[in-house]
Design a protein around this ligand. Structure first.
Ligand code: PLP
Length: 400
């Protein structure tokens, strides 16, 4: 277990944090208590901070090669120890960010106007990325039953069989629902994509937040030589490094890897690595496994707190079951009968809280919000009280 105190408060004042200072655009105001964007109110581990400081002490930040044994060994070691997966150097490629790689694969495998499948709800940046590249969103809604969120294979297969559909962006673990896809589900998805010629992108950036960790199956495990697919991930979520841009992707399709590498270098001029990110990756992946385990225990406790609090105080209005993964609680207010706009306005006006409105993940009306629990227990309690005050007040005023 880590000795790190995950409840410690660290100010973000003066850091231009989007979480704290970027609420105006989505919520119409600032000064809200924020639980929305997916970063943590928890410091990156000391070993990672120290590694970056040592690199800073060198004082020279010239062009830096990611193709080095320190990078490869760190990534391979992490995947082997955490997931039992053996990777080869030439299967791993550094890239500027996860969303860069998602966008580049979309551009490589589809033309403007063609379709990209997203499960709905879907991470909102996927929606923006598909639209921003002039592609068409083809939605494959997840189905919800008593066992949680389910993949609709029949619908997916029908969509993949369409002439105009070229790419599927899979998210595992899934943001925002927290669903971890099982091996047999991944096998079916892979098989359908291969058979119908749909390129498969598996975004696994939340892979380290699976509880218990042994439950995670990466698409890498099913990837054969030459398969038209890639897995993209990074340390932005796990180690709270979103502002130190970096990521890496894994593919066994050599031609694809070359094409993406060529574009990164020659089309976008981004072939060099971020020198601080490389140090962070090495320290995090070689020294911080027990920190991640401790962090997951903390998040599990916070998720349990959310579940218990909702059961005890808000079960009239809200439904929530702890997810198997991520630090994001996807909470339904369907049973309150309240309208989407009303709830989100009230959360801001009455609760003074910023939680992500469900409709940004769904494009349509959606009676959910996403509550980020990667904070101290105290902050999560405060957030829950704000949500309680909000619902208490609006349900009362609706009834009168
Ligand atoms: C599923 C998913 N992919 C990608 C990202 C962002 O990754 P990056 O900052 O490396 O583009 C996020 C951030 O929330 C995410 O949830």
């Amino acid at each position: 277990m880590s000795s790190f105190d995950f409840n410690r408060h660290t100010t973000r004042e003066g850091t231009y944090s989007v979480q704290y200072e970027g609420t105006e655009k989505l919520f119409g105001t600032d000064g809200l208590e924020p639980f929305w964007i997916a970063d943590m109110d928890i410091e990156t581990p000391g070993a990672v901070q120290e590694a970056m400081k040592r690199r800073i002490d060198n004082g020279i930040f010239g062009y830096t090669k990611w193709q080095n044994p320190k990078f490869y060994e760190a990534v391979k070691g992490w995947w082997h120890r955490r997931f039992g997966i053996v990777l080869e150097d030439d299967e791993i490629h550094y890239a500027p960010s996860v969303m860069f790689t998602v966008g580049e694969a979309v551009r490589q495998f589809s033309e403007e106007g063609e379709g990209v499948i997203l499960t709905m709800p879907s991470y909102n940046a996927f929606i923006g990325m598909v639209k921003g590249n002039g592609r068409k969103i083809v939605d494959c809604p997840l189905l919800e039953n008593d066992d949680g969120w389910q993949f609709d294979f029949d619908h997916f297969e029908a969509l993949c069989s369409r002439e105009d559909v070229k790419v599927y962006i899979h998210c595992n673990p899934h943001n925002p629902t927290g669903r971890v896809w099982k091996r047999d589900e991944l096998e079916k998805i892979r098989e359908i994509c291969l058979r119908t010629g749909v390129f498969l992108i598996s975004d696994e950036i939340h892979m380290d937040f699976v509880r218990p960790k042994g439950q995670f199956v990466s698409m890498v495990e099913l990837m054969a030589d030459g398969d038209p697919m890639l897995v993209t991930t990074g340390l932005g979520k796990t180690f709270n490094l979103a502002s130190i841009p970096h990521s890496y992707f894994i593919t066994r399709d050599k031609a694809l890897q070359k094409k993406i590498a060529r574009n990164i270098a020659s089309r976008y001029g981004m072939g060099a690595a971020n020198s601080l990110a490389l140090e962070a990756i090495h320290a995090a992946y070689t020294e911080c496994g027990s920190w991640v385990d401790g962090l997951n225990s903390h998040i599990e406790e916070n998720m349990q707190l959310v579940e218990d609090y909702i059961t005890e105080h808000m079960s009239e209005w809200l439904d929530f079951k702890k997810p198997e993964a991520t630090y994001l609680a996807w909470i339904s207010f369907e049973k309150s009968g309240l309208a989407d706009e009303e709830v989100h306005k009230a959360l801001v006006d009455i609760g003074g809280i910023a939680v992500s409105p469900g409709h940004i993940y769904d494009m349509k009306k959606n009676r959910h919000f996403r509550f980020n629990v990667a904070s101290s227990r105290h902050r999560v309690e405060d957030g829950l009280e704000r949500i309680y005050r909000t619902f208490k007040k609006i349900t009362k005023s609706t009834v009168q």
